[in-house]
Design a protein around this ligand. Structure first.
Ligand code: CUA
Length: 156
């Protein structure tokens, strides 16, 4: 086969461009394979959530001066615990997971708005300065009871 010179050049140009494109998209796809919510590698088997520490004992745990960890299970269609209680001014580190489907954690009036994915642990920290009852809502459609899925964060 005897192709004109320019045709060969453009043919190679096309082949090389295609290779670069595939390499770049391949690298991008690999680099973007991140877990939702954060970069932590924390996982828990969804079917063993309620028997795996710390989620076997959902609740409020003091970890310092006005600092608490809230271990929470978001499931169809409620949260465990249903009404975690902390003193005003507390910094709360939440650890949340789901044993069934994707749920959310949103606290209206704050910047807290996260996704809870089965198999993964969602972690976030919020400082509750003012006393009161903060509604904690599911903002990911999760089924027939989605609109009643809520908890109450009690800040005393
Ligand atoms: Cu859980 Cu919507």
């Amino acid at each position: 086969m005897d192709l004109p010179r320019y045709e060969k050049i453009w043919l190679w140009f096309g082949v090389i461009t295609l290779i670069i494109f595939l390499l770049v998209t391949g690298i991008m796809a690999f680099a973007m394979d991140r877990h939702p919510a954060d970069g932590h590698e924390r996982t828990v088997a969804p079917d063993q959530v309620l028997s795996t520490a710390p989620f076997d004992k959902p609740g409020v745990y003091p970890v310092g001066d006005k600092e608490y960890q809230v271990v929470m299970v978001a499931r169809a269609f409620n949260y465990l615990p249903a009404a975690p209680t902390v003193p005003a001014g507390s910094t709360v580190h939440f650890r949340v997971t789901s044993p069934d489907v994707i749920h959310g954690v949103a606290i209206p009036g704050t910047n807290v708005n996260l996704m809870v994915v089965p198999g993964h642990v969602t972690e976030f920290t919020y400082t509750f300065k003012k006393p009161g009852e903060y509604l904690l809502l599911c903002n990911e459609y999760c089924g027939i009871g989605h609109q009643v899925m809520m908890a109450k964060m009690v800040v005393q």
